[in-house]
Design a binder for this molecule. Structure first.
Ligand code: FES
Ligand code: FES
Length: 307
């Protein structure tokens, strides 16, 4: 279906398939890759954008919510080279490291800052108030202290007039969403992969048959001989490739995967009781089982640092 929307003050007409989320529209259809898709389930805040001035999670917001709405992504916060005070403050106070979570933090912090300044002038918000405003954001790098300093300084009005030096050369790109990460690269003919993951903490997965024309890999068939157990919710079961991320995700979602759930416990006290279901029957089972680790095993057991 076609919908009209306004993104960063520009009228846009986009085709959406009805199952897409708002973040897919801005990233995949409009190429605004500043907004990040990380957890896809409302946990991390990286996909935050403003819809009619209110912060929303782009991964949980249906694309259809953008119809006739005013959308602001991180790319639309600054006016050319004139950064928003919050962006200047993030750059100045080192409110970021890798910068992958930064667009989400910045968009939400801008909404908070703008509201705060109208209601409180240049009073500094309490640390708890800032924490509550940005509670939905996770930063794997742990740049939280810098974020606190940045938001407090911006609210005090210290970055209103462009004051403050940018101490990191990479910060302007990261606070404006123009930094390009691997997931933002799109090359002609490139395929995108999507995983189908286990929704249960323990189960046996049946053989997977890919529909004709679908390129995919049964990951459990690649691993230990005959081991088709899944041992944690979220464990990758299969991966498919398609010409767009949305198409890959659709194919992964629609794969016919049959899982027979096995007994499991998620409470540590239950787990140590005699007779509790075992994740691995033995150490050898654990070593032979499929692993999400990206590297190979060490050739010999680690025995402390010698040098
Ligand atoms: S990607 Fe939306 S909350 Fe994590
Ligand atoms: S700066 Fe790296 S995840 Fe936050």
């Amino acid at each position: 279906m076609e919908l009209t929307t306004t993104v960063n003050d520009e009228p846009r007409v986009v085709e959406v398939d009805g199952t897409e989320a708002a973040v897919e529209v801005v990233r995949d259809r409009l190429g605004l890759t500043g907004t990040k898709l990380v957890c896809g389930s409302g946990v991390c805040g990286a996909c935050t954008m403003l819809v009619d001035g209110e912060p929303v999670l782009g991964c949980l917001t249906p694309a259809t919510r953008l119809r006739d709405a005013g959308v602001t992504t991180v790319e639309g916060i600054a006016h050319g080279d004139d950064l928003h005070p919050v962006q200047r403050a993030f750059a100045h106070h080192d409110g970021l490291q890798c910068g992958y979570c930064t667009p989400g933090f910045v968009v939400d912090a801008v909404a908070f800052h703008d509201r705060w300044r109208v209601e409180h002038g240049t009073d500094e918000p309490a640390r708890e108030t800032i924490a509550a405003a940005l509670a939905g954001h996770l930063c794997r790098c742990g740049a939280y202290e810098g974020v606190f300093r940045a938001v407090a300084a911006a609210c005090r009005g210290e970055h209103d007039d462009g004051a403050g030096t940018v101490e990191r050369v990479d910060a302007p790109a990261k606070v404006t969403g123009s930094a390009v990460y691997t997931t933002d690269v799109s090359l002609p003919g490139m395929l995108h992969a999507a995983f189908r993951r286990s929704h249960v903490a323990a189960g046996i997965v049946g053989p997977i048959t890919f529909p004709p024309g679908v390129a995919g890999v049964d990951l459990l068939a690649q691993e230990g001989p005959g081991d088709r157990r899944v041992r944690w919710a979220g464990q990758p079961i299969a991966v498919v490739a398609a010409e767009s991320p949305a198409e890959a995700r659709r194919l992964a979602r629609e794969l016919d995967v049959r899982v027979t759930t096995q007994p499991f416990v998620v409470d540590p006290a239950e787990a140590v009781r005699p007779g509790a279901p075992l994740v691995y029957g033995s150490r050898a089972d654990r070593k032979a089982a499929p692993s999400a680790g990206e590297g190979g095993s060490m050739p010999v057991p680690w025995d402390g640092n010698r040098h």
